[in-house]
Design a protein around this ligand. Structure first.
Ligand code: HEM
Length: 148
């Protein structure tokens, strides 16, 4: 470091080095789980409620929910999102293929639901990085959910 010659500059360089090392060390510490960044049990409950409220009010997909037991759907979805994000829950519902068989869902339906999930997370102030992490977990499920 050619700039670390004088005592003042050496002091500054030492401080910068310490900051750099502290940054490296903290990147190795365990980060807060996705479950916690979604707001834990309360956050996931509220996000799921909002997601379903937005979905049943959306003329593009409302008909898909006409026969659904929304109370059960809310409970199962909360369990599932909690378990998938590293929370202390066990998913007790059907597998995704069985749960959506016969609904004839399309990619457009899937995208509409994801849109509502993003809006619900945004409304709760979920950080963008956490939103993206949850979407990345759900994305591969599309092939089990849409019409087979
Ligand atoms: C990654 C995307 C999705 C996930 C994680 C998901 C999750 C779930 C879960 C956990 C259940 C409850 C299963 C059970 O009762 O045992 C369910 C049921 C249901 N889902 Fe999805 N779902 C997804 C996409 C969609 C989409 C795109 C739609 C429609 C636009 C939809 C509509 C429904 C309906 C109507 C039911 C109730 C079926 C019934 O009562 O028989 N889902 N879903």
């Amino acid at each position: 470091m050619s700039r670390c010659r004088s005592a003042t500059e050496r002091g500054l360089c030492a401080a910068l080095l310490a900051l750099l090392l502290a940054g490296c060390a903290s990147s190795g510490t365990p980060k807060v789980s996705l479950y916690e960044r979604l707001g834990g049990s309360e956050g996931i409950d509220a996000i799921t409620f909002d997601l379903l409220a937005r979905s049943v009010a959306d003329p593009r997909i409302a008909d898909d929910f006409a026969e659904a037991d929304l109370v059960n759907l809310h409970e199962r979805l909360v369990e599932q999102l909690c378990a998938l994000s590293g929370g202390p829950c066990t998913y007790t519902g059907r597998d995704m293929r069985a749960a959506h068989a016969g609904l004839g869902l399309t990619e457009a339906d899937f995208n509409a639901l994801v849109e509502h999930l993003v809006d619900a997370m945004r409304a709760r102030g979920v950080p963008l990085s956490a939103q993206n992490e949850l979407l990345a977990i759900l994305a591969p499920m599309q092939r089990e959910v849409i019409r087979q």
